[in-house]
Design a binder for this molecule. Structure first.
Ligand code: AMP
Length: 536
């Protein structure tokens, strides 16, 4: 039996009547699309009027069991070995086949074993030796296939080898590594992985992100910071306040790199690499990871990477994880709620993420499901950070088996036992679809994704959807093929950011014919198409 969550429900209802924004609200810039900017512009620090953010996230558990808690790899984990990997660029070091070949130090090997890793995933086999060799890298591999360890392990190995400079006794903290990711929950997850792999070493990882008290972020940093995991807004804020120095940065990692370089975050990332003290790209190692790399974004990435960077593509660039069984149903907007309830009742208590396109709709659908006695919580950019973390916690532990989310939860989140993803609304771009359904079917486990296709609004996605489905060897409904055929646009990829399905390294397509404007964006690029979500 489902237990309705009255408190959660109440807050959702309050939000519907307009009284939802609380003390920790950071949205200052109005529309919300770029509301993450408010921090960088001083929103949280009080330079711009607005309520002060007081939230201090609870510290993660410190005991070893919690630090190394992990879930089992799934039945298809070994099938990763059959995926084709393409490496392009000059003088790539050979792939390694085992952790032993990486020659990591004993502490790291112990941590890898405690994390339950016995075998490398393909992106790890190729990326670890490339990073160990000091090369810049753009790596593209399917969702849930171990990209985080692929960059953390070699960076840690280098830091252990070279020694670190930051310590709690230094006045100015100068991290050797900066990792940025587009959402608070994702950067927190990366931090927990960094903490796990650096356990028992002298390397200290710190996480800072928006929606939390700025003083808290500063206090974390001054205690010593070798690896700084940050969302862009908070990072720029801290840099602006001269709370960290950038001179020692040897590794710059952009996770979900295509998102980090697009119109939403791209300008902020450009500012980051031109900050005083930030070593030039020749002096640092830059690593870009994602499951999708539209052609346009690959072009922009050139500015961040040394010209001899290597490109690793595991499987098809932009392809969906084959362990996710994808179903597309034709459902008009007025039938969606009924269909959703029918599906959720059949699913029972299995963990399900339901994606919708706007924050308001997330509240609305979550409230509706609670009224239907389906234990539901929600996550989106207008919820206070405390509520976002509570929602994720309730979903992770199974207290609320249904999480209604906007695209703020589409990327990177690695939650055990998410068996289903439902796209109540399809996203406007196909790469976002690939990320959303990648919340299930992780690490060799299987999952299912059901998407409601509304011919009134989704026809532009028919063509790229047919491609994603057929590339992942899924059934393609005849009606979808028909729509795709009737709306066929040659060369169209369903993304406003160029061809999502760039076969592999697209350098050869654009080298020598760059058309970047002064902001660093090609004139053909349009603004971030994804809903009204706030990204930091
Ligand atoms: P990621 O794609 O980095 O989010 O990783 C997805 C999940 O796979 C996480 O739960 C990782 O801890 C897990 N994972 C990554 N690499 C390995 C590995 N080599 N062996 C077992 N589990 C792994």
């Amino acid at each position: 039996m489902h237990i309705p969550l009255y408190l959660d429900q109440l807050s959702l209802l309050i939000s519907l009547i307009g009284g939802y924004k609380g003390l920790n609200e950071e949205v200052i810039t109005g529309s919300g699309k770029n509301s993450w900017k408010s921090e960088a512009e001083g929103g949280e620090s009080g330079d711009i009027q607005g309520p002060k953010v007081t939230y201090i996230p609870p510290p993660p558990p410190e005991d070893e069991d919690s630090i190394f808690a992990h879930y089992q790899t799934g039945i298809n984990f070994d099938k990763y070995d059959t995926i084709l990997v393409e490496v392009s660029g000059h003088d790539a070091p050979p792939a390694i086949l085992t952790f032993e070949e990486a020659n990591l130090c004993q502490t790291l090997n112990n941590n890898i074993a405690k994390a339950g890793y016995t075998k490398l995933t393909p992106v790890q086999k190729y990326s670890i030796p490339i990073i160990l060799a000091g090369r810049d890298l753009m790596a593209c591999a399917q969702t849930g296939s171990g990209k985080t360890a692929a960059f953390l392990l070699p960076i840690l190995a280098h830091m252990m080898r070279d020694g670190i400079t930051a310590s709690r006794f230094k006045e100015l903290q100068e991290p050797e590594c900066i990792i940025v990711a587009p959402t608070r929950e994702l950067i927190n997850q990366i931090y927990l992985e960094a903490r796990k792999f650096s356990f028992g070493t002298c390397v200290r990882a710190v996480v800072i992100y928006g929606g939390t008290q700025l003083g808290h972020s500063i206090r974390q940093i001054v205690q010593g910071c070798n690896i700084l995991c940050a969302t862009p807004g908070r990072l720029m804020d801290i840099i602006g306040k001269e709370k960290i120095g950038l001179k020692q940065v040897k590794y710059l990692v952009l996770d979900e790199a295509d998102r980090m370089l697009d119109m939403g975050f791209g300008p902020e990332m450009k500012k980051l690499i031109s900050c005083p003290g930030m070593p030039s790209k020749e002096q640092r190692q830059t690593l870009l990871f994602s499951a999708t790399f539209p052609e346009e974004i690959q072009r922009l990435a050139g500015e961040f990477l040394k010209s001899n960077y290597l490109f690793v593509a595991v499987g098809q660039v932009g392809g969906a994880c084959r362990d996710v069984q994808q179903t597309i149903l034709q459902v008009g907007q007025y039938s969606k709620r009924e269909k959703l309830v029918e599906i959720l009742r059949n699913i029972g208590d299995e963990r399900t993420m339901v994606f919708v396109e706007t924050k308001k709709k997330a509240d609305f659908i979550a409230t509706f499901l609670c009224q239907e006695k389906i234990s539901t919580t929600s996550i989106h950019g207008d919820r206070e950070q405390r509520e976002r973390e509570q929602a994720l916690g309730d979903f992770r532990c199974g207290k609320c088996p249904v999480l209604v989310a906007t695209s703020v939860a589409a990327r990177g989140l690695d939650i055990e036992n998410v068996q289903h993803v439902i796209n109540f609304d399809l996203p406007s771009a196909i790469d976002e679809y690939v990320h959303r359904i990648g919340r299930t079917g992780r690490c060799g486990n299987t999952g299912r994704a059901i998407s409601f296709f509304d011919p009134e609004s989704d026809n532009h996605l028919a063509q790229p959807l047919v491609k994603v489905l057929s590339d992942a060897q899924q059934d393609v409904p005849a009606w979808l093929e028909e729509i795709a055929f009737s709306t066929y646009v040659p060369g169209f990829s369903g993304s406003t950011r160029g061809n999502v399905f760039a076969s592999v390294d697209t350098r050869k397509n654009y080298q020598g014919k760059s058309t970047l404007n002064t902001a660093g964006f090609s004139s053909s690029q349009s603004p971030n198409p994804v809903d009204d979500e706030s990204w930091d």
